[in-house]
Design a protein. Structure first.
Length: 359
């Protein structure tokens, strides 16, 4: 079973963004709009101002769905033509769920079909790809995929690279435990990275699986590669896109771990996990923060090191350090943890040097 805190947050998310049917069929998509249409209408699929050809559409009879049912067979399956449009003809009166399917997932609506609507819509507009996070932009289909739970790293990640309308993936790869990937595709456009991770100690339903949409563009700002911290909730895959940080020189050996301001009643994080690695990647210290969010690093640690800080549902921090000779009067390292996933996938945890952490 997933952790109760994950379940609670996802319930809140689904109250805001899901219906029972959409949660089963399309993951935690946006709240489904009601669109009144005549028995014959058309469906278009868009990305920004452009229609997308080759997208599979599934139509479900709302009367045959149940929140507790296994995903049923769609009543009707269509595909958008070269203009990004599919025609639906002579649908019987009733309520239907219509959404995009396949790699990239997508959005969905309730189509209320009746021949007697006074002002029916002639077209239903859907978007592709759909993600609760922002679509990543990058100059290359390469980078690193890491577990957002350092105590449960990936043993392997199976990757498939898809484009809209593809009958099969463009490329397939297995990263092994280091999570490093590289695809040679260089043509600008929207790609879908289908991810299936494997971790020890995680039940099958809790393994990290899902789609990440990437816009490949030579004009992508300051992003040559992708660096994702991955996690899984009842609403699907979650990730933070956190680029490598520059080393911080510090003489203090104390860190204090804090929530993002306004996120919690108490600002400090009790029980955050930390690990300090030497420049060869070997662990030289690990533990958890106290009730004030404070942890002490080894007084005799010197030189290059990497600090990893993690806490449930928050974006893991991986910060290179240059440990100078210890000085108890030097500024401590304040670590501010932010939620993983959601509407801002580059909302990364951060650090700063700060005087006088609360004892």
């Amino acid at each position: 079973m997933k952790q109760s805190s994950q379940w609670f947050l996802c319930v809140i998310a689904c109250v805001l963004f899901c219906t029972p049917f959409s949660a089963k069929l399309f993951g935690c998509v946006r709240s489904l709009a009601d669109v009144k249409v005549l028995p014959s209408f058309r469906v278009s699929v868009w990305h920004g101002a452009k229609t997308i050809p080759g997208i599979t559409l599934e139509v479900y009879n709302e009367a045959l769905l149940s929140p507790d049912a296994v995903k049923p067979t769609p009543f009707l399956r269509l595909q958008t033509d070269q203009n990004g449009i599919a025609e639906v003809n002579n649908l019987a009166p009733g309520a239907y769920v219509i959404g995009t399917a396949g790699p990239g997932q997508g959005s969905a609506v309730f189509a209320i079909v009746s021949p007697n609507h006074p002002k029916p819509a002639g077209e239903i507009k859907l978007e592709w790809p759909y993600s609760r996070e922002k679509i990543l932009k990058s100059r290359a289909l390469a980078g690193d995929l890491m577990s957002n739970r350092p105590s449960q790293p990936f043993e392997n990640i199976h990757l498939e690279l898809w484009i809209a309308g593809g009958a099969s993936p463009l490329a397939v790869a297995n990263t092994g435990p280091d999570g490093r990937f590289h695809f040679d595709q260089s043509q600008a456009g929207i790609y879908v990275l289908r991810i299936r991770g494997r971790q020890k100690g995680i039940v099958p339903d809790g393994q990290v699986e899902g789609d990440v949409a990437i816009e490949l563009s030579p004009a992508a700002p300051d992003t040559n590669e992708i660096s994702l911290y991955l996690d899984m909730s009842d609403c699907g895959i979650e990730y933070s896109n956190c680029p490598a940080s520059k080393p911080i020189a510090m003489s203090s050996r104390r860190i204090q771990v804090l929530y993002t301001p306004g996120m919690a009643e108490y600002p400090t994080i009790n029980g955050a996990q930390y690990r300090l690695l030497n420049d060869h990647g070997a662990s030289i210290a690990e533990g958890t923060t106290d009730k004030n969010g404070i942890a002490e690093l080894p007084f005799d640690a010197r030189g290059r090191a990497t600090l990893i800080v993690a806490s449930d549902l928050l974006s893991t921090l991986q910060q290179p350090l240059d440990l100078l000779p210890a000085d108890e009067s030097a500024p401590d390292l304040a670590v501010t943890m932010t939620p993983i996933g959601g509407s801002n996938n580059n909302n990364c945890s951060a650090v700063r040097l700060e005087k006088n952490a609360t004892p």
